[in-house]
Ligand binder design. Structure first.
Ligand code: MOS
Length: 743
């Protein structure tokens, strides 16, 4: 286990304001489509109008003659790429559509790029391209596709199928059985900042200003796709306006923009339009989850099955791993889980906030509520009855404070005042429902590097090639660095979002805090130690010849612990010793020991809904949630991020659904006016508590990630509350009023 780091000046955990807040509110922060490059030109995509077939002809003559048009790139004239444009492969990368041939695999597949002097000229000319297709009959119906189920080779990090004990012989035994199918729809990430890329060539070297969750992954994918050395690709991304998994993979438009910039001989900026984001840049696939449970009268689960079917594209086996959560959440002795795919002519799916857990916890935690009803048990008590003290797959948990989450959240919510019968609570015309569910997400960690420098002026520059998705990476890493250095916060600058910085992992899988903060801490500690050594060896210093154990750095001064009046400012130490910056770069990787633990975060979500008895309108009036996510690096940004996850859960529960036209394969509600995400009026009270836990198995900072757990469990808790309010069990997301009125 890692040693618990003690801080001399505990900035870590404090609700420090965002260090990049001022840049953002003043508009000084450059997002990927904000960079003012000389000779900048603008790209526009033309997308396919069919879901399957071939382009028989593509006539660009009118478009090429339009005002301001510089380049029209189609499969007829696009640069030929290695491996026919298939040089990157799943699972690390998504398979791209790079204008290498005439084949169409999905609606909204890019089929041309126009480059012009203005965005308007480019978009206008793109509409003047004349395309003829040989249309083939697409597969767009999940139900029809179920006749040909496909088994994926692997999930991202888990087995496809599992069995423990003998679930199939025991289902049907016991005092209560559940056998139900839960469905979740096609969902789209919809970050506030759409995908955008600006590409600039200087000779054979490419600079990309890309909206990405993974700068080094972007450099690697683009270099492989173009067949150039990765050292020739420089990716810059200091700010991201939300990603949620959609920017974790490089998509076609990034490589296409680089190709178009080469052809144009000018930098090209390409901002993907909102309707173009429904198909080409990933989505959460639809799922159908068959859950069966057998339980004894005492509430102990005897056996369970969770069999998942999800949709994918025809060219990639990306799989929504909805049953993975069921393998670890409860102490179920006999369990079977499977994942199968239906291939459709749609763009390929990808990671979407809590991929697997968000959809899977809806199925599992709704089924648990149904079991509680069947057994006439309290939903919290039923979960405690089946509490997993260790991961039922075998390993101990690194640490787990889920019991505290249940009790803290239940108490804050007032759960003990709930009357169990459906429709038993009301306020006037409104039926009131109280429901709950468990939240969970794995604690991931990857190797990371970081650098730290103490500059001659006594300030510090620290950095890593990580990303800030808007969640607070700049801020928390500045806190960690300042703590380790012993410097005041305002004297530390943190750099990220540039592929020349030491490599850090994808900001995905909720892993940046746990991966990068230990590297930042180690690099900052290393230069702090260099500074202390210099002072101790320096006859001009007030702490000359002090014992290292008696020396610390506080507020930027090398200081004697035993006599704080003896102190030496960092700038003076450096000035007397050659005036050169002190530097360190470190690589850290997860402890080997951590492999012997099952590492997860947990939470409990309690929800109150009001359902209009006449109209079926559902309002989430209160969410109270408690989380066990290890130590927090910043309580303010952490609470905000958990609240953001809950808001996502409200959207998943009540409004979000991409509607596929079954003839042409277009997502018909391909805009924010018709694809509904929660707005302020939909989000009332969200009360978040983080219980005390420090997970030193995962990393020496004691943190686990918080990016994704916030969405998990929320849809089930809302659905369970709707059942409690109305007596109607809706097993299909989103829970719209028609389902409450007619089911
Ligand atoms: Mo997250 S869906 O791994 O960005």
């Amino acid at each position: 286990m890692n040693a618990n780091i003690q801080f001399d000046q505990p900035l870590v955990g404090q609700p420090v304001d965002r260090t990049d807040g001022l840049l953002k509110v003043t508009g000084a922060a450059h997002y990927s489509s904000d960079w003012p490059l000389p000779r900048l030109s603008h790209g526009a995509l033309l997308m396919s109008g069919i879901a399957k077939g071939r382009i028989t002809s593509i006539d660009t003559s009118v478009a090429r003659g339009m005002p301001g048009v510089l380049v029209v790139m189609t499969h007829d004239n696009a640069p030929r790429l290695p491996d026919g444009g298939n040089a990157v492969n799943p699972p690390a990368s998504r398979r791209l559509s790079l204008l290498q041939d005439d084949r169409i695999f999905y609606q909204n597949q890019p089929i041309a790029v126009v480059v012009a002097d203005t965005p308007e000229h480019a978009a206008d000319a793109a509409q003047r391209i004349l395309v003829n297709y040989a249309i083939e009959s697409p597969q767009l119906d999940m139900q029809a596709g179920k006749a040909q189920l496909h088994t994926p080779e692997k999930l991202t990090r888990d087995p496809v199928d599992t069995t423990r004990g003998t679930p199939d012989t025991l289902l049907g035994t016991g005092a209560a059985q559940i056998d139900a199918v839960y469905t979740t729809p096609f969902e789209v990430h919809n970050p506030m900042e759409p995908h955008a890329t600006t590409a600039e060539w200087e000779g054979d070297a490419l600079t990309l200003y890309d909206a990405t969750q993974y700068i080094t992954g972007c450099a690697s994918t683009v270099s492989k796709s173009l067949g150039i050395d990765v050292s020739k690709v420089h990716v810059i991304c200091p700010f991201v306006g939300g990603g949620f998994g959609s920017k974790g993979s490089v998509w076609s438009h990034v490589v296409l923009t680089a190709m178009a910039a080469k052809m144009a001989g000018r930098p090209v900026r390409l901002a993907v339009q909102r309707p173009q984001m429904f198909g080409m840049v990933g989505h959460r696939p639809a799922t159908e989850q068959h859950i069966r449970i057998a339980a004894g009268a005492d509430g102990r689960i005897i056996a369970m099955r969770h069999d998942v079917i999800s949709t994918t594209s025809t060219f990639e086996d990306w799989t929504e791993s909805s049953a993975v959560v069921t393998r670890m959440l409860y102490d179920v002795p006999n369990l079977g889980t499977t994942h199968r795919l239906v291939r459709l002519n749609i763009g390929t799916p990808t990671f979407t906030r809590a991929p697997g857990e968000a959809s899977g916890s809806f199925g599992l935690e709704t089924a648990m509520d149904e079991l509680a009803v069947a057994l006439n048990a309290d939903p919290v008590a039923l979960r405690l009855r089946n509490y997993a003290e260790r991961d039922p797959e075998g390993m101990p948990f690194s640490s787990k404070a889920l019991r505290d989450c249940y009790s803290v959240a239940a108490q804050r919510f007032g759960w003990s005042r709930r009357t169990a019968a459906p429709r038993s609570m009301r306020e006037g015309e409104q039926l009131v429902g109280w429901g709950m569910a468990t939240a969970t997400y794995p604690a991931n960690r990857s190797p990371s590097s970081a650098f730290a420098k103490i500059l001659p002026d006594g300030t510090a520059m620290v950095g890593a090639g990580t990303q800030d998705l808007g969640t607070g990476t700049y801020t928390v890493m500045t806190q960690v660095a300042a703590d380790a250095l012993g410097f005041p916060l305002e004297n530390v600058r943190f750099a990220l979002g540039d592929s020349i910085l030491p490599k850090a992992p994808v900001s995905g899988g909720s892993q940046s805090a746990a991966s990068v903060s230990p590297a930042v801490h180690a690099a900052a500690s290393s230069v702090r130690d260099q500074l202390v050594q210099l002072a101790i060896a320096d006859s001009g210093s007030p702490i000359y010849h002090a014992s290292p154990a008696d020396v610390t750095v506080r507020n930027g001064w090398v200081t004697l612990r035993s006599d704080a009046s003896k102190r030496d400012p960092a700038a003076a130490v450096i000035a007397r010793n050659g005036g050169r910056a002190l530097e360190a770069t470190v690589d850290v990787k997860p402890d080997e020991d951590a492999k012997h633990f099952s590492k997860h975060s947990f939470g409990a979500v309690f929800v109150e809904v009001h359902v209009d008895e006449m109209l079926g309108v559902i309002r989430v009036s209160r969410v109270v949630a408690a989380y066990d996510v290890g130590r927090l690096l910043n309580s303010k940004t952490a609470h905000s991020q958990l609240m953001g996850g809950v808001v996502w859960g409200i959207g998943q529960a009540l409004t979000e659904e991409g509607l596929l036209d079954s003839r042409y394969g277009r997502i018909v509600n391909n805009n924010l006016a018709e694809y509904h995400v929660p707005v302020n009026a939909d989000v009332t009270q969200i009360d978040i508590t983080v219980v005390d836990d420090t997970d030193l198995v995962v990393d020496p900072m004691g943190v686990r990630g918080i990016g994704e757990i916030g969405i998990t469990g929320v849809a089930a808790a809302i659905g369970n509350a709707v059942f409690h309010a109305t007596g109607v069990r809706v097993r299909s997301l989103p829970i719209t009023l028609d389902k409450v009125l007619t089911t």
